[in-house]
Design a protein. Structure first.
Length: 224
């Protein structure tokens, strides 16, 4: 196996990497991230490219960035992703791993788009346990993350920039998934067993854009 990870910079991607390193030692060979070409930030999470690159360095893995125009139609996304998949297969990749947890339509879309491509989709943390238990496992396992993007229709803006920790889980409204799987929030993982060292960050300005609330995480260098 030669595994490519669909890398969002968030806690689920990071925990999936941790799981894969245990399940398939040495098989993970790269991270793939889509970025917003206009702002040079990770799509949806709005994480700075510098922090994305710091994650890849801490994980000890090659980083493959696929810039997307903004706005980006689904047709353009699929065109660019299809070309990228062809390239990865040519480079010997056999599988691509996704950190999806339970959304059936999202999984089905990925499986349908990759069918016959030569790159087999795998879902290492798919329905392994409840998201409440999974969130607790992440925290107990040493994963550290901060919330970078909040959907204010589902979660109060005061959660933007908060640490993903037990206190936060205790404060989440009952209707909010503990892992944010329904889009309630997105995160940036900066420390944990999947990294060789933590990534030093600080929470900068909190801004409203395109109907979402973003906490701008700023780099503070890499802790040795």
């Amino acid at each position: 196996m030669k595994i490519l990870i669909s890398w969002s910079t968030g806690k689920d991607s990071a925990w999936m990497l941790h799981m894969l390193k245990q399940q398939h030692p040495g098989a993970v060979a790269g991270l793939l991230t889509t970025t917003n070409q206009a702002f040079d930030r990770v799509a949806m999470h709005a994480v700075r490219r510098e922090l994305l690159e710091a994650q890849a360095g801490a994980a000890g893995l090659p980083l493959h960035i696929m810039p997307l125009p903004w706005p980006c139609s689904n047709e353009e996304y699929e065109k660019r992703m299809g070309a990228a998949v062809t390239g990865f297969v040519a480079n010997g990749f056999t599988h691509v791993a996704f950190g999806d947890l339970f959304l059936e339509d999202v999984r089905r879309y990925r499986e349908e788009r990759l069918a016959g491509s030569g790159l087999e989709p795998i879902f290492p943390i798919w329905k392994t346990k409840s998201t409440a238990d999974l969130a607790q496992d992440m925290i107990a396992g040493g994963l550290q993350a901060r919330l970078t993007c909040i959907d204010p229709r589902q979660l109060d803006r005061r959660f933007a920039g908060r640490a993903f920790e037990k206190a936060l889980l205790d404060e989440l409204p009952a209707a909010v998934d503990p892992c944010g799987e329904n889009g309630e929030f997105h995160s940036f993982a900066f420390a944990g067993p999947m990294f060789d060292h933590p990534i030093a960050i600080r929470v900068g300005e909190v801004v409203d854009r395109d109907g979402f609330v973003f906490a701008d995480l700023e780099p503070r260098g890499v802790v040795s």
